[in-house]
Design a protein around this ligand. Sequence first.
Ligand SMILES: *Cc1c(COP(=O)(O)O)cnc(C)c1O
Length: 356
Amino acid sequence: MSQGFIDLYSDTKSQPTDGMRQAIMSAVVGDEQKDEDPTVLELCRRVSSLLGKEAAVLLPSGTMCNEIALAVHCRPGDEVICDSTAHLIHFEGGAPAALSGVMIHTIQGERGIYSQSQLATALERPQSRYAPRTRLVWVEQTANLAGGTIWPLETIQSVVATAHEAGLVAHMDGARLMNAVVATGIDAKEYAKGFDSVWIDFTKGLGAPMGSVLAGSKEFIDEAWRLKQRWGGAFRQAGFLAAAHLYALDNHVDRLLDDHRHARLLSEGLSKLPLISITPTDFPTNIIFFDVAKTGLTAKEVVAAAKLSGLGLGAFGPTSIRAVTCINISAADVTRAVQILQKVLVSKVNPQLRQM
Ligand SMILES: *Cc1c(COP(=O)(O)O)cnc(C)c1O
């Protein structure tokens, strides 16, 4: 990250800490795809037990976790039910169609979270030779595009139960599951209970350079391994990566609460700026969204101007902007971010100032 630049684009911008870099340097490594990397094996055991599953596999990215899970659970023509904001739909390059040939059936949930009754309604369509075969129910914890919202445990449990009663399988995109865990104090394995597959991302708030771990039954992971190999996701000395992940599990989980506190500070600061709307105002984890419609500028224009002034943000809609806190961002950075945005808006929106 360049000097002084405050990057709130995403928690994917998190930089490895000194401790993590040391853990990487001193990792004991072996040939991962031969099951000979002791650090990877230890990581997979740790994550299986964290998530309450039989087995786990290290993958290069969260996207690959989602796409491998889809391909293992579904056949071409099958239908996946998810919220309309799901990462799966918007940020995975059309992979559900391209790699697995599945249909996506969206539910318009409340801030990324649909209810058991909405799921039941989606399942009411009579199965016949005309209908796609519904196969998989999808939950994203936390819901990224909805502002890092947390699925309540009871909602998750009722959704998973409904899926299983209907003979379907359930998958959790747990990219930021650990953010939900620290925010609520509910164990990861409680949230993951009943899911046929679940993964966590180490390159978001947990601060590793890359990598995710997908967990499930031994049978599921055996099939996932076949696709990991086929799609070129098998590693060699991946213990360097696994060492970063183990370090993150030991040192970077509890501190996610700092990110949540900083996101709250940020939303409070931004809500005081006259031309910015924040609705709703309660962002439970590290992701906030705000709207710049009142400035008369587009989100892209504001983001471009902020970037020139040393602040990274993301345009996620015509007038909607996302800001995400992570380990790189201090409380002082948040204060400065609000000041930068205020200056940017004054100079862009006030015509007199613009002519100066
Ligand atoms: C980032 C993200 C992914 C994809 O993870 P990568 O490691 O970036 O491929 C999937 N789902 C959600 C909700 C995410 O935020």
